[in-house]
Design a protein. Structure first.
Length: 303
C-alpha cells in the first residue's frame, strides 16, 4: 500500500511539475467560454479556474498559486481589457488559496469566508496573502457590472470556509474539490468530512446551475465547455455510497480490516482517472472514518 501511495504522490507531484512546461505555451489555449461572458481556465496543471467578464469589470474564481494566477491573468487579458474587480477564494487549502496577490496587484480585491481567512492568518501559505474582504454566514452576494454572484457557504465538508459560487443569471457554478468528474476522489485529504460532504453535494444539487467549472476534473478538453454538471455531482454521491457499501460487504464476509483495501474493486469506475492508484487510498480513508468517526468537526457556533 505504501509503495502504491508513494507512486501516486510521485505521479501527482510530477503532474504539477510538468504543468509549467505545458502551461508555458499559451494561456489562451486553456480558456473556453462556457456561458455568455463566463470562461473556464484550465492551466494544464490539474487546476481549473473561472472568470466572469462584464461591461464593468471581471471577477475571478480560484487563484490556485502565483504561476497559475499569472497565466490566468494573461488568459483574461486575451479576452478583455476590463479591470479586475474581485478574485474569489473557495477555501483555506494552500494549493488553492495562493496567487491572490497577482490580482491584488492588478487592482482587484480578494474575497474569502472568515473560517478560511482565520485559518490562513494562523497558517499562512508560501503564496497566500491576506484577503481584502472577509465574509461570514451562509450567503453573500457580490455584484460585478450588474451581474450577481452568490457565495454559498454550505457548512463543513472539506477544509474550512468552503464556498460554492453561483452566477444565477448565467446558470453557472464554480465548485472546488467537492466534485471531481471522471476522477476517483482524493479522499486521503484528512479534512474531508465524508458525511457532511454527502449532505453538501445534495445541497449543491438544489442550486440553480446547468454547468459548473470544477477545480479538478478529467473531462476531455473538447467537452470542458459543456463540462461539469449535476450529473457529475450525482456520480460523486453514488461513488461515495458504492465505496461505503463495498466496505460493509467485506465486513459482513469477515474480511480482516487490513485486507479490505486490497480486496475491494469497483469496476463500474475503472475508467475514472486514478482508479488503479487511488482507489485503495479511498478505501483506507473511508474505513478510518467508519472506525474513528468524522473529521474535522466544529461546534455549531463556529460551523
Ligand atoms: Zn482542498
Amino acid at each position: 500500500m505504501f509503495k502504491k501511495l508513494r507512486t501516486a504522490m510521485t505521479a501527482t507531484f510530477l503532474a504539477i511539475g510538468w504543468a509549467g512546461l505545458v502551461q508555458a505555451e499559451t494561456p489562451a489555449q486553456y480558456t473556453q467560454e462556457i456561458a455568455p461572458g463566463v470562461y473556464s481556465y484550465g492551466g494544464g496543471n490539474g487546476y481549473h479556474s473561472m472568470f466572469l467578464v462584464t461591461d464593468d469589470g471581471v471577477a475571478v474564481f480560484e487563484t490556485v498559486n502565483t504561476d497559475h494566477s499569472t497565466k490566468l491573468l494573461e488568459a483574461i487579458r486575451s479576452v478583455t481589457d476590463q479591470p479586475i474587480r474581485y478574485a474569489l477564494h473557495s477555501h483555506n487549502h494552500w494549493d488553492h488559496a495562493g496567487g491572490g496577490k497577482v490580482f491584488q496587484d492588478a487592482g482587484g480585491q480578494t474575497v474569502m469566508h472568515t473560517l478560511a481567512a482565520e485559518w490562513l492568518a494562523a497558517h499562512p501559505g508560501r503564496e497566500t496573502s491576506p484577503p481584502d474582504i472577509v465574509w461570514e454566514g451562509n450567503l453573500r452576494e457580490i455584484e460585478v457590472g450588474g451581474v450577481e454572484i452568490e457565495l454559498h457557504y454550505l457548512g463543513l465538508n472539506h477544509g474550512l470556509g468552503m464556498t460554492v459560487f453561483l452566477i444565477p443569471e448565467k446558470r453557472v457554478a464554480y465548485i472546488a474539490d467537492l466534485v471531481t468528474p471522471n476522477r476517483v476522489m482524493f479522499t486521503i485529504v484528512p479534512d474531508f468530512n465524508i458525511g457532511e460532504w454527502e449532505r453538501t453535494l445534495k445541497e449543491v444539487l438544489e442550486l440553480n446551475f446547468d454547468v459548473a467549472v470544477c477545480s479538478h476534473n478529467e473531462l476531455p478538453a473538447d467537452i470542458v465547455a459543456s463540462g461539469c454538471t449535476k450529473g457529475h455531482v450525482e456520480e460523486n454521491l453514488q461513488f461515495i455510497a458504492d465505496l461505503r457499501n463495498a466496505i460493509f460487504a467485506e465486513f459482513k464476509k469477515g474480511t480482516g480490516a487490513f485486507e479490505i483495501p486490497a480486496a475491494i474493486e469497483l469496476p463500474q469506475y475503472a475508467h475514472w482517472a486514478h482508479y488503479d492508484d487511488w482507489l485503495e487510498m479511498n478505501v483506507w480513508r473511508m474505513m478510518l472514518d467508519l472506525f474513528m468517526g468524522p473529521y474535522p468537526w466544529l461546534p455549531d457556533s463556529q460551523g
